[in-house]
Ligand binder design. Structure first.
Ligand SMILES: Nc1ncnc2c1ncn2[C@@H]1O[C@H](COP(=O)(O)OP(=O)(O)OP(=O)(O)O)[C@@H](O)[C@H]1O
Length: 928
């Protein structure tokens, strides 16, 4: 039997790897080796193929979906951000440089060396390996040094998707042709573009951008291409090129400053995305531009570091702008201004490697920060394009460079990046870091980088939409797309349509104005003017060269029209306001007129009331007023002369008032006529307005008068019924009365009542006896030196100028009236027997009142008694008796007898002192 072999005993301890097992590296194959074309031709570069390359040939035939980053650069050229990679030669000192070398790197740094960098130098010295191997034209493989592979298990990485990878052997012209040539061509077509060089310090950015005299970089070559193509275009299109150059550097690491490198380093300032004060020099040829740039490079801030003997300490930006002109040397109406921007960034630095201290270290912070912000902007743009809902982060605000390049960093303008790396093994970290950061930028898309024109009239430039927005718009329906297109076209054509419409309006206005003038002035030649004007304007518009002038002219006219329209509007508003004010004023005037009419009416009513009240005043008050009987005398004189034939030998006075008041409406009264019973019309009384007061005189020789009122109303002329004056009863409300009655036809009794404005007089007399009674309404005395007249009631002396010889005694013998025109007549008033038998107090009061008071009364009484025997019996009731009767009816009381109670005082009238004293005397006389 075979003896079974037992397995080997297990070790006491077992090590379990928790980390996933490493993937085995593919065996090195000839096909995966570094292409000979890249490195074998270069004798300076040691070829080390100790690790296999990615099987590129096996994968490239596979067609990847379009969403994935396409390895085919031709497909990416049109849409993706162009990212180029250039590998600097590892040992440039071998190219004939006799400078001191440290590990194959030229060291011109005069800066004190950091002691910590000794190890670095040692490493550099012994480093002969490279970390970057060109895999193909679009990808590279970055391998860590062996030390890192072993200790930190860092693996090699492949970075692909670059627009092109330039090996260390690539010449400047090759780089230019693949990277910048297309950009310049687009620039000459009017498309702006930007090329930025990124990379660690000393990686060859400045060398790539500017180069040197023997090996010119991108800028000199671009200038040569620009002017070469410009000359080849001939006279079809003339362009003007301008050059500007500035740098952004830090001030002690605190703030950023911008200096114009073409103007001796003058400081300029950034406002939004433009730099104010930046010099833009016109360049006519490439050599001039190169010399300007060389001068600017001398002004640029540089310093020596351990990484670069002439390290750039600022971000340098060069702008070449192009403005197209016409063949005649004038600028286009909408000139195209394109700019080609080339940016040489300061290289990111590692403190350990550069050995910077102090100010250099501060500069390194600024440089690294700017590089970081630049990268953040691009990553944010990429993130936004991948996720359109996420807005673009505004990282550009964090540095002046990114603020200036905002439009590029937001994907609105065409941009290209050139990454420069150093292939040394010691540069692995910087190179790896840069490629990791920048390789995703290749996925950034530019959808609408075309700039048809940035003319001054393009108020709304066509927006450069990001890819996501573009895709969103692609989903629109055809109709929506058409509407969008229409709106875009509208925005483009808006200036033209507005100009055309303005032109039409102006023409129309002009035609209307001329036709209006033609109508007004009847000009026959205006038609020709109209035609000429239209033609000239049309010609002006049709002529392309004078389109601008016509447009300016139209704008001017339109502006004038607007001014006039606004002025007319303002004028209209002012006139409207004035009109409203005028209407208001007219209304006020109407109101005032109405008020005035009303006030007049009211005033007349009040006057009427006043007169009415005056007429209704009691005689007690009347007696105390002054007599003015001149008017009465005048009236009597006139009446005498006028009625002489009807009343021969009789002096008759009769003043009538309120005759028509009782029965007639005074409004339409035209005349009041009084007829006497002897058949003669004695008088036509004057009628006083609306007061129902008729003033007039009637004379009758002991006869009765009749009164008629003539009225003119709408019904026509009417005459009231004849009214017998002798039968007129005394109105209890006033003291107006006319009594013409006498027993003796020869002794005419006349009753005279006078009513002036403020005076009233009542005279009742008997002709034969010349008894005349006056009721004085004024103060009791009308003094006269010639002929004292005693009134009946108040012993007033009344002088009647026209009757100097007539002496009239009142019937109560208390008054004597001297009347000049009645020389033969004497009137002695006798006591009225009818009054004496009146039983009531009023009658007593009335009877006593007929007698004068005091001594005068005592003096006159004998005369009265002697004459009473001869006089016939009279029926005439004296006015004084009526007066006293009225006083008694009014209930006038003395001040001493005034009741204490308030109620008792109601309805009583307070008398004046004169009337009270009169009453007191009368009472005393009665009770005596
Ligand atoms: N492709 C190249 N061929 C030959 N020499 C190169 C190349 N690239 C760079 N150099 C040389 O390397 C040195 C450093 O290059 P350069 O100054 O351009 O680096 P940089 O990236 O601009 O550095 P920094 O960011 O510090 O300014 C220069 O002397 C330059 O001549």
């Amino acid at each position: 039997m075979e003896e079974l072999k037992s397995p080997p005993p297990c070790p006491a301890t077992v090590t379990v790897r928790r980390n996933p097992p490493r993937r085995a590296r593919p065996p090195p194959t000839p096909s995966s080796a570094v292409p000979r074309s890249l490195f074998l031709d270069s004798p300076q570069v040691p070829i080390k193929v100790d690790f296999p390359l990615f099987p590129n040939q096996d994968i490239t035939p596979i067609e990847l979906p379009s969403s994935a980053p396409s390895p085919n650069p031709k497909k990416l050229d049109s849409e993706s951000l162009k990212v180029f990679l250039r590998i600097r030669p590892l040992n440039i000192a071998t190219k004939g440089s006799k400078a001191k070398q440290y590990g194959g790197q030229e060291m011109k740094n005069a800066w004190p060396r950091n002691p910590k960098t000794k190890n670095v130098q040692r490493k550099v010295k012994r480093s002969s390996e490279i970390c970057v191997v060109v895999k193909d034209s679009n990808s590279v493989t970055v391998s860590p040094p062996e030390s890192l592979q072993e200790s930190k298990r860092v693996k090699s990485e492949v970075f692909e998707g670059f627009s092109h990878v330039f090996s260390d052997e690539a010449s400047q012209s090759e780089v230019y042709e693949k990277m910048v040539h297309t950009l310049v061509e687009d620039f000459l077509k009017g498309k702006s573009g930007m090329l930025a060089a990124l990379g660690p310090s000393g990686s060859g950015k400045t060398h790539t951008v500017f180069g040197c005299a023997r090996d010119p970089g991108m800028v000199p070559q671009a200038l040569h291409q620009i002017f070469a193509q410009h000359e080849s275009c001939g006279n079809q299109l003339t362009r003007n090129f301008c050059l500007s150059m500035f740098e952004i550097c830090s001030e002690n690491g605190k703030s950023e400053r911008i200096f114009d490198l073409l103007r001796e380093g003058n400081e300029v300032f950034l406002q939004q995305s433009t730099i104010k004060g930046l010099e833009e020099l016109v360049i006519n040829d490439a050599l001039q531009a190169e010399s300007l740039i060389a001068c600017g490079m001398l002004r640029r801030a540089t310093a020596a570091t351990n990484s670069n003997s002439q390290s750039s300490r600022s971000q340098c930006i060069i702008n070449i702008s192009c403005i197209s002109k016409n063949t005649d040397g004038q600028f286009d109406e909408y000139p195209k201004k394109a700019s080609l921007t080339i940016v040489d960034l300061a290289g990111a630095e590692r403190e350990k490697k550069t050995g910077n201290q102090g100010l250099r270290m501060v500069e390194s912070y600024f440089i690294n920060n700017t590089s970081m912000v630049f990268g953040l902007c691009l990553r944010s743009l990429l993130e936004h394009q991948k996720h359109p809902k996420r807005p673009i982060q505004k990282h550009f605000q964090n540095s002046l460079l990114t603020r200036y390049l905002r439009e590029y960093l937001e994907g609105k303008k065409r941009m290209a990046l050139i990454l420069t790396v150093k292939p040394g093994e010691d540069d692995y970290l910087e190179t790896s870091y840069l490629l990791k950061q920048a390789s995703p930028y290749t996925q950034i898309k530019f959808t609408n980088t075309e700039e048809v024109g940035t003319g001054k009239h393009m108020k709304r430039p066509i927006p450069n939409l990001p890819m996501a927005e573009h895709q969103k718009r692609m989903k629109l329906s055809a109709v929506e797309s058409c509407s969008v297109t229409f709106s875009v076209l509208n925005s483009i054509l808006k200036p033209y349509t507005s100009a055309a419409s303005t032109h039409k309006i102006l023409l129309k206005r002009q035609t209307e104005e001329i036709s209006r003038l033609k109508k007004e002035d009847n000009h026959s030649n205006l038609k020709e003017i109209t035609v000429e004007s239209d033609e000239s304007l049309s010609r002006q518009v049709k002529d392309g060269s004078s389109l601008e002038e016509a447009h300016i002219e139209f704008e001017k006219k339109d502006r004038q029209h607007q001014i006039m329209t606004n002025f007319a509007k303002a004028l209209w508003i002012v006139l409207k306001e004035y009109r409203e004010k005028l209407e208001i004023a007219e209304k006020e005037v109407c109101c005032l007129r109405d008020d005035l009419t009303y006030e007049r009416k009211r005033s007349s009513d009040l006057e009427a009331q006043v007169k009415d009240l005056k007429t209704k005043r009691p005689l007690g008050e009347v007696a105390s007023t002054e007599v003015n009987i001149s008017s009465v005398a005048a009236s009597s004189t006139e009446l005498d002369s006028a009625q002489q034939e009807h009343m021969p030998g009789h002096a008759t006075f009769c003043m009538l008032e309120n005759v028509a008041e009782v029965t007639e409406d005074s409004k339409d009264i035209q005349a009041v006529e009084i007829y006497l019973d002897n058949g003669a019309t004695v008088s036509i009384a004057s009628y006083v307005g609306a007061k129902n007061i008729c003033e007039g005189a009637v004379g009758a020789s002991g006869s009765v008068g009749y009164l008629q009122v003539h009225k003119d109303s709408k019904e026509g002329h009417t005459v009231s019924n004849t009214r017998k004056l002798s039968g007129i009863e005394r109105d209890s409300r006033d003291n107006t009365c006319v009594e013409i009655e006498s027993d003796d036809p020869e002794s005419a009794a006349s009753c005279l009542e006078s009513s002036a404005n403020e005076n009233e007089i009542c005279c009742s007399s008997v002709e034969k006896e010349s008894a005349l009674s006056f009721a004085d309404v004024s103060d009791s005395v009308c003094s006269s030196p010639l002929s004292p007249v005693e009134t009946a009631d108040c012993s007033s002396a009344v002088k009647i100028d026209q009757m100097p010889q007539a002496v009239v005694q009142s019937h109560d013998c208390s008054s004597t009236l001297k009347i000049d025109q009645m020389p033969q007549q004497q009137c002695q008033k006798e006591p009225d027997p009818t009054v004496a038998v009146v039983p009531d107090d009023n009658a007593l009061l009335a009877r006593d009142s007929h007698c004068s008071t005091g001594a005068e009364a005592a003096h006159s009484l004998p005369t009265c008694s002697s004459q009473n025997k001869q006089k016939p019996k009279r029926r005439l009731q004296p006015v004084s008796s009526n007066l006293l009767k009225d006083i008694g009816n009014l209930g006038v009381i003395d001040e001493k007898e005034k009741p204490k109670g308030v109620k008792g005082a109601e309805g009583l009238e307070t008398r004046s002192k004169g009337s009270l004293s009169l009453l007191r005397l009368l009472r005393n006389d009665v009770y005596r």
